[in-house]
Design a protein around this ligand. Structure first.
Ligand SMILES: Nc1ncnc2c1ncn2[C@@H]1O[C@H](COP(=O)(O)OP(=O)(O)OP(=O)(O)O)[C@@H](O)[C@H]1O
Ligand SMILES: [Mg+2]
Length: 227
């Protein structure tokens, strides 16, 4: 198993007046190289689930186990390596570097100036519809274009797990579709976890995890694929 969650609870603001039980008693298995859609209403705990699965947040109780080892037992340096080399994060806030061009931003994780890496980064940007933005800085781009640069940056390392949180929310239908097609290109090569409100972008997903009020309501094989 790639990631296992065992009896996981997440409480925000412990000890304050308003404690929030964001996730309650979660047991979940994430398999290698599988494409998951994570669906649920606003506030149901989808982002929290992604933070825990990626080790960005610690559970209040229970364990999250990555390749047989609990995150809490993975040291800082090793964790940083895993994040850099094995994980691709795409969050709604993109955190691009303002003084770098689109191309330079995408190359940051590789820390390389090799021609083959530059070509790979360009190719990815072109696939994401950003041919004309390659040498632009974020300030000169639209929100959706910045989001796509962030997506390219998350994918340049050929991650083993892609964590994507509402990545199509700021895109029109056509661009959302293109982005999902790029993600689907990683099918069978990476585990893909896509959080969204919009079920229509999940036609490529193999399993749908439904989150409701901090609990997992169901995990089902995607019907689209079953047809
Ligand atoms: N940093 C935080 N501090 C306190 N409570 C939080 C924090 N982040 C989230 N919560 C609460 O935890 C619950 C789950 O939030 P979460 O962000 O995981 O939901 P979500 O399903 O991603 O929602 P959305 O679709 O709106 O992004 C909500 O009740 C939310 O108010
Ligand atoms: Mg969220």
């Amino acid at each position: 198993m790639l990631i296992e969650m065992k009896d996981v609870n997440l409480v925000y603001d412990v000890g304050h007046d308003e404690e929030t039980y964001a996730l309650k008693n979660i047991n979940l298995n994430i398999k290698e190289n599988r494409f998951y859609g994570i669906l649920g209403p606003s506030g149901s705990g989808k982002s929290s689930l992604l933070y825990l699965l990626s080790g960005l947040r610690k559970p209040s109780s229970g364990e999250v186990i990555y390749k047989g080892k609990a995150y809490k037992d993975i040291r800082g340096k090793e964790m940083a390596q895993i994040r850099n080399k094995q994980f691709g994060f795409i969050f709604q806030r993109h955190f691009l570097m303002n003084y770098l061009t689109a191309l330079e931003n995408v190359l940051v994780p590789l820390n390389s100036n090799k021609k083959e890496d530059i070509d790979k980064a360009k190719e990815l940007l072109i696939k994401l519809g950003l041919e004309r933005e390659i040498n632009k800085r974020p300030a000169k781009m639209s929100g959706g274009q910045r989001q796509r640069v962030a997506i390219a940056r998350a994918l340049i390392n050929d991650p083993e797990i892609i964590f994507a949180d509402e990545i199509t929310a700021s895109l029109d239908h056509k661009n959302a579709f293109e982005v999902m097609k790029v993600l689907e290109g990683f099918k069978g090569k990476a585990a893909i976890l896509v959080v969204t409100h919009d079920e229509s972008i999940l036609s490529g997903a193999e399993e749908i995890i439904r989150v409701w009020d901090g609990s997992i309501k169901s995990v089902e094989e995607s019907r689209v694929n079953a047809l």
